[in-house]
Design a protein around this ligand. Structure first.
Ligand code: ADP
Ligand code: MG
Length: 247
């Protein structure tokens, strides 16, 4: 067997994808540029690491389950002034995830709560964190069916193994007593294990009515707000203001 083929075979076995795919090119370029052995080895190893990181990031992105991708670069801070660019830049450093701080974004629809949450989640993924995005509605479904559905069980494992869990749209749909209990149990499990972002159209004072039980609401809020940054957002709906009309 040719040495090149043997290198490819071994690279495959060791899962060195860059070497496997590019060994011909690497050797040709090294000879053209008269590169040192050290430079060649270094370049191969760096490329392997780069490729592995990129793949892991793609896996984490898929795992996160974002409904769409939103970037913070596309967020207009002149339109939404309840949260400043400086605050977001601080959040983009992500040390709050290491310290297991939570974020609560409150306010009526169209203010960019979901946009900001996804942008932060996206950056967290770029920085190597595991993130899960769920709507409150789908979370309730998953929680209720985890004992009978493997898909739901898988989703729950995904959520419980994340460093950041984004729960979007708390308060749009009514919550039963059973659901409120399951929600409390989840928040308890995540508490001091992961960071949580919650977005809601309801103020904290309305959560008791939403969750249907003052003691349970206090227990939930107690855990979430223990280490938490709260953004009370106001202003105009970006959707309504930038409405695209057919006529
Ligand atoms: P909310 O979750 O508060 O209801 P969204 O984040 O879903 O609002 O925002 C509605 C739409 O408007 C999305 O497409 C979002 O990308 C866009 N959007 C909202 N606020 C801004 C903003 N300040 N700059 C740019 N796009 C925005
Ligand atoms: Mg939203």
């Amino acid at each position: 067997m040719e040495k090149l083929d043997r290198i490819k075979e071994l690279a495959k076995e060791l899962k060195l994808e860059y070497l496997d795919a590019s060994v011909d090119k690497i050797i040709e370029e090294a000879s053209i540029n008269d590169s040192s052995y050290q430079d060649v080895l270094l370049s191969i190893l760096e490329s392997e690491i780069y490729l592995k990181d990129k793949k892991a990031q793609e896996r984490r992105l898929k795992f996160a389950g974002f409904p769409v991708i939103k970037k913070i670069e596309d967020f207009d801070f002149n339109f939404q002034k309840s949260i400043t660019k400086k605050q977001i830049n601080r959040l983009l450093e992500m040390d709050w995830i290491d310290r297991m701080y939570n974020l609560i974004l409150l306010g009526p629809p169209g203010l960019g709560k979901t946009h900001i949450s996804i942008s932060l989640g996206y950056r967290a993924i770029e920085m190597g964190y595991k993130v899960s995005f769920v709507t409150m509605d789908s979370l309730m479904h998953t929680l209720k069916t985890q004992e009978i559905s493997r898909k739901s069980k898988g989703k729950m494992n995904r959520i419980l193994s994340s460093s950041l869990v984004i729960i979007d749209e708390l308060g749009y749909l009514p919550i039963t007593r059973e659901e409120a209990n399951l929600f409390f149990q989840l928040i308890s499990s995540l508490h001091e294990q992961a960071s949580i972002i919650i977005t809601s159209n309801k103020g904290l004072e309305d959560w008791t009515e939403l969750l249907g039980d003052p003691a349970l609401t206090t227990a939930v809020l107690d855990r979430i707000t223990h280490r938490c940054e709260l953004f009370n957002m106001s202003g105009k709906s970006y959707r309504l203001e930038h409405r695209e009309s057919l006529f």
